[in-house]
Design a protein around this ligand. Structure first.
Ligand code: ZN
Length: 173
């Protein structure tokens, strides 16, 4: 399993609902967490590992030993979001070393299914809410560069251009 980098089309593709809650899904989730921790990430969505399904994982602590803080969401749906929003800096494993400011809802209520397919509701706040919104965007084929402030977007314009050039060079080699 490898991280898919921008502008790989799998990051923009449509994602299918998770419909079999089996051993293979559990294995995929474990591999995603391991890969995420190895890259010092706090969240990872399935399209970022080339799987176009509605699955995301995160651990706001980023600590591989803190399994209690691991959250797995299959087929997440946003039920409500706070009116209050906050601006903060984000990164993304599909955009190594690129950072930018993104506005996010301060808190959010979601409904999702767990690894066994059981539906549950969850309220997330602050940092956890931010990570969820970032990863959930991936599920919708949306990327943090789409939501960055114009000032941040201007600062990373050249980095994005380089990534597109590098991707094109790899594709043609
Ligand atoms: Zn991301």
């Amino acid at each position: 399993m490898d991280i898919v980098l921008y502008p790989d089309p799998r990051l923009r593709a449509k994602n299918k609902a998770v419909d079999s809650f089996d051993e293979s899904l559990a294995k995929t989730v474990r591999d995603m967490f391991d890969l995420m921790y190895s890259q010092q990430g706090v969240g990872l969505a399935a399209p970022q590992v080339g799987l176009n399904i509605k699955l995301l994982v995160f651990n706001a602590t980023g600590n591989a030993d803190d399994n209690e803080s691991e959250i797995v969401l299959c087929n997440p749906v946003i039920k409500s979001k706070s009116k209050d929003k906050e601006l903060a800096e984000e990164g993304c494993l599909s955009f190594p070393e690129i950072l930018g400011n993104v506005m996010r809802h301060q808190s959010i209520v979601i409904e999702a299914q767990n690894l066994q397919g059981k539906t549950f509701e969850l309220e997330l706040e602050e940092w956890q809410a931010r990570i969820f919104q970032h990863e959930n965007d991936h599920i919708d084929g949306m990327l943090f560069i789409d939501r960055m402030t114009p000032a941040s977007k201007a600062l990373i314009k050249n980095d994005l251009l380089l990534m597109r050039e590098e991707y094109g060079a790899d594709a043609n080699s």
